[in-house]
Write a protein that binds this ligand. Structure first.
Ligand code: HEM
Length: 395
């Protein structure tokens, strides 16, 4: 295997065989990322869990001194922080992601899913991503945050550009993204100002109250938090819905099985998360000191990428890892990460996905792929694994 593999279209379409080869050879190895940077790539399950729990691997930005005002307004969030900042920031929103609060969203998510399915008509191919998998999570997160409906289209454009352009550590910096980031930041700042004078019962209004009355959050942390929730919450969920639909339709037996027994859905969603994780590698971490990791000398400043997709197919952890099985028990996949940065939105993502598949199977039981599976284009992002388009025939 050469380091150029990460740019290879065959790798982008199906990285699993390459990861399997790397993992068998050494679960931690050097690779050159598509950005040109050298990094450690972790492909073993045990090693990935250890890396995610390793406090000598930091998520704090490396080069804050060079940040512009817009960079600061978007990179001061919990996923770009270590304790104690991380602990403080995460605590502020944890209360908003309680089981009860998420469960209360259920009727709204059903209504949003049904509304989108109502608009899908015709005999020709429909792009399931554009029509369903993408707008569903956007509408849910916008509702949770209190983003006005009229602004949601701009949101989708901004967010898609940002995820496409984020670097290996997940930091959104760099000239290519400047306009997008500045546009979104200016928008979020205006919205914060609006919520100051006319608060609602949404999450952003709650965060503004915390900022103003209790002073536990800076202005940049507030905009960054809103920014993170928007960006983290929807390309990922979109990937779960579209990758899941793809694997169901690729082998129709799976689709029919779920149609016949929708009680399998919660298990199926866990299996989609494991089998074709929408987050391919966790956002990178940087070593804060020299240490030996899985037999390798890691130096201070080294970049470490944790391959969640690869870890989730490790035969040392999962029996028959390349088989999609709704009966799998002990499915402790790493699709939502692990340790202090474990996905805050996991309960919401799970609920959205179960509803999305439930409504889709009920509404379009005859749905099928409108192209050969091998012809579908995959995205080349280092962080997100997902299709660019998913053309389907509805009946
Ligand atoms: C963190 C995956 C949906 C909010 C993470 C991480 C992963 C992940 C792997 C850890 C990244 C790392 O350690 O480098 C996913 C997947 C999702 C999903 C696969 C959907 C299928 C959501 C949703 C939200 C959300 C719906 C919010 C509405 C967050 C936040 C963090 C995070 C705030 C940072 C937590 C922290 O730093 O403490 N997610 N996510 N995610 N996710 Fe998700």
């Amino acid at each position: 295997m050469t380091n150029d593999d990460l740019n290879d279209p065959a790798f982008i379409a199906n990285p699993h065989p390459t990861y399997a080869g790397w993992r068998a050879d050494d679960p931690v190895r050097r690779v050159r990322l598509t950005t040109g940077e050298d990094a450690w790539m972790v492909t073993g399950y045990r090693e990935a869990r250890a890396a995610l729990a390793e406090d000598r691997l930091s998520k704090a930005p490396r080069d804050v001194a060079s940040y512009t005002e817009a960079d600061l307004a978007t990179n001061r969030h919990m996923l770009a922080s270590d304790p104690p900042d991380h602990t403080r920031l995460r605590k502020l929103v944890t209360a908003a992601f309680t089981h009860r609060r998420i469960e209360a969203m259920r009727p709204r998510i059903v209504a949003i899913a049904d509304g989108l399915l109502d608009e899908m008509t015709g005999d020709g191919p429909v792009d399931l991503i554009g029509a369903y998998a993408f707008p569903l999570p956007v509408q849910v997160i916008c509702e949770l945050l209190g983003i006005p409906v009229s602004d949601r289209d701009s949101f989708r454009t901004w967010s898609a550009a940002i995820v496409a352009g984020a670097d290996a550590t997940g930091e959104v910096i760099g000239p290519g993204l400047q306009d997008t980031v500045e546009g979104l930041t200016a928008y979020l700042k205006d919205l914060v100002a609006l919520r100051r004078v006319s608060p609602g019962d949404d999450l952003l209004s709650a965060l503004v109250r915390v900022r103003d009355r209790e002073d536990r959050l800076s202005d940049n942390e507030l905009t960054s938090m809103a920014f993170l929730l928007l960006v983290a919450g929807h390309e990922t969920t979109m990937g779960l819905i579209s990758n899941g639909t793809f694997v169901l339709l690729e082998d129709r037996e799976h689709w029919e099985r779920l149609r016949a027994d929708r009680g399998l859905l919660p298990n199926a969603v866990e299996e989609f998360l494991r089998y074709e994780s929408s987050v391919e590698t966790s956002t990178g971490r940087v070593a804060v000191e020299d240490f030996v990791f899985a037999g390798h000398q890691v130096r201070k400043g080294d970049l470490v990428m944790v391959g969640l997709l690869a870890a989730n197919r490790d035969p040392a952890q999962f029996e028959a890892p390349d088989v999609l099985s709704f009966e799998r028990t002990r499915n402790q996949h790493l699709a939502f990460g692990h340790g202090i940065h474990h996905c805050l939105g996991a309960p919401l993502a799970r609920l959205e996905a179960v509803i999305a598949f439930d409504r889709l199977l009920a509404r379009f039981p005859e749905m099928r792929l409108a192209a050969a599976p091998g012809d579908l284009p995959w995205r080349s992002s280092a962080i997100i694994r997902g299709l660019q388009r998913l053309p389907v025939l509805l009946r």
